[in-house]
Structures are given as structure tokens and as C-alpha cells.
Design a protein around this ligand. Sequence first.
Ligand code: SF4
Length: 430
Amino acid sequence: MLVADDGSYTMLAADLQSAAIFRLAYLEHVFYNNGMDAISRLKLLSSQMSFEPDGERNPAAVPAATTQNGAAQPVCFTPKERDQAFVHPAQMPNGQQIMLLKTLLSSACERDCFYCPFRAGRDFRRATFKPDEFASLFGKLAQSGAAEGIFLSSGLANGGVITQDKLIDAAEILRKKHGFRGYIHLKIMPGAEKEQVFRAMQLADRISINLESPNTERLSRLAPHKVFMEELLRPLRWAEEIRRSQPAHLGWKGRWPSTVTQFVAGGADESDLELLTTTQWLHKNVRLKRAYFSAFHPIPDTPLENKAAVDPLREHRLYQASFLLRDYGFDLEDLPFANNENLPLQTDPKLAWAQMNLSETPIEINRAEKRDLLRIPGIGPKSADAILYARRQNKLYDLSALKKLGVIVERAAPYVLLNGRRPASQLSLF
Ligand code: SF4
């Protein structure tokens, strides 16, 4: 289907069923757009995106009351309107915290993924922006200081290529016409072309392609019209190919953006082992910066509305395990999977590993290599480096010295030796 700016459309698809579904969704969004001004649409779309994780941590999506830099009021938003626009604090890859607007260009979608609130034909309030209209609105928000970055996605209308063009247009107008130099996280649509991935990488600080499930079979249970290898995994491969083959000065601010993905954890009854196997493969083969895990919860009026919600604690354990694989030198076989290939919900996976492996053979802090220090609960990459540096000056004899180096000593104490002695008796000092 070709959709013109005036709202007219031309049927191209042979698949009458999906065309009919899309027609319904499209008419729906035209209808609702007619009744909504731009700010109302922005508020609606940003609230509809609140489920999508972003940033380095996963801050709750809370409305912004003030900006980080204390800037003036926005030129087109009243304080109440700005508060409702779901600009929220998010931590960037460089550690900086910024006010991020997380939103969609359009919540109209022609696909019918089983878990998704935006699926075609669902009775749901939708809204759409044209790229220049959106860029102008966000440009004003950014100019006012109320937003310092954007995470922009969209429902699919008229295929991945045309939808991707609209996202790229919005980012390009923001960069070139409005001079926006802040953070842009741009979503890559299923079915986007390699040239579009390249273009997005020249405009964005981060791109993401949601795999949703760890493999083809699991994806078919969640999103039967998404093609795992060709539509989702291939763009992640392209991004890595571009990073390897093209000079970084072609990227935004002279560097290529990082790539991330998201899984709907538990939505296809997949195991944690399946999710983490794919995550580790992505870390190693396409330099995935990070996998996000969003615990499945049922959405009314979708085919999975009666499926039980997944415990959010599972999300937390998957994050912990993925960080162990990415930053702590753990392998999949180190993780404490149960017989059903899931991680125990009640135990931190690093602690579980230490209980099995270090209880009887604690690690000598004054001699251990970094990879061994990283196995100790309560010691992360920064505190491991601090220990390596500090012990070059003096031996470390007690827990108070470790505490000063950033170690969570209550967690580490049962698994370490300090100059040959277990420090458990020293815990009373704390
Ligand atoms: S997951 Fe994406 S493609 Fe699927 S229905 Fe939702 S918005 Fe559309």
C-alpha cells in the first residue's frame, strides 16, 4: 500500500487479509489524528512507548519536573504539558544522565505480533507524526532544554523500508535543519535495507533492532510475520559489517553508534539458556552493546491476553547473567541453570556460582588476577581495578581497606582471603 501525505492510499499488496487489517489501522489513526493537536499526540505516543527499556540502567519512566541543566521553560509547552510528555532521566553509554524523550513516530502498525499493543486491528487509540512535523516539535522541546535526547521508534506502515525512511528523515531534519547535536537512539525496522542501516548509523548515537525472541522457532510463536534471520538478525550483522569496513569519521560525531536489542522474556516459553545463548552470540559476533529483557505481560485484546505474566524478577536475573557474560568473564556453563534451563529466581547468579565454587576455596585478594577477582560477589570491574592498583602500593589486610576501594564487603567476605586469612571475624567492624 502506498500512503500519500494527504491520507490517500493505493493498494499494492496481494495479501488481502493483511491489507484489510492495515486499512483498519490506518483509518483509525487518521481519525484520531484529526482530533488531536501535536502536543496531545506527542503525549499519547510517548506514553505508549513507556514499556520499552532504554539507557544503561532501567529507570522508571517518571515525568520530568526539572531539566538537568536548569534551562528555561519550553517555548511551546506549558510546565504541565512538559511534565506529561514522559521526558525522563536516562543514563547514557558514557555514564552521563540526560532527559530523554522516548516516543513513536506512529503507533499505527500493519503487522499483528501476538504480544503487541500496537498490532493491526486492535481497538486502540493511535496517532501519527510526519517526520518534519515531529522534528520541528522535538526541536523546540530540545531548544528549551526540556529534552536532551530522543529514543525514536515507530509502528510499521507500508513496509519496513518506507517506515525506516520516515524515521531517518525525522533524525536527519533534526540534525540538519534544527541543528540538534544531542543523543539520538533510532530504531531499525524489520526489513530495513543495508543502506538505511548505514544512514541511520550516520545520524544516531545508538541504534536498536529488537529480536524479541532468541531464534526463529520462538519468534514464530510471538510474531508470525517477522522473519528472524532476514529481517532482524541481518540488520544487526550489517551494523557490525559497517563498523568494521567503513571509517569511523563517517559516523555521527566521528564514531559508529552502538547496537542494542530487546527480548520479550518468557513470551514464547523460551528458557533463560536460550535467551542467554543468543545474547552471548550477539556479544561475540556482532559486538552487541547490550540486550534488554522485557518480562512478558499480557495485553488485553491480543492473542496472548490469557497467557500468564512473567515474574519481573526473571528480567532482573537475565540482566545480571548477561552482565556476567559480557563484563565478568563468565561462560554459559558457569551460570546456575536449573533442569528446566532457567536461572533460579531467588538467587543472584554470581552469588550462586560463588557458593558452589568459592565457599571452600576462597580467593586471595593480594594475589588474584583480575578475572578471579571478578568472580567474587561484591567486586565489579571498577573495584577489581582499584584492588589491583592499591595492592601495588601496600598489601590489603582488612575489609575496611576493601570497602574504601568500592567492594561490597558484606557480600565478598565469605569468599576471600586477606593475606592468607579469612576475614569473617572482621565483619563485626561493619
Ligand atoms: S511489535 Fe512492531 S511490528 Fe509487531 S505489531 Fe508491534 S509495532 Fe507492529
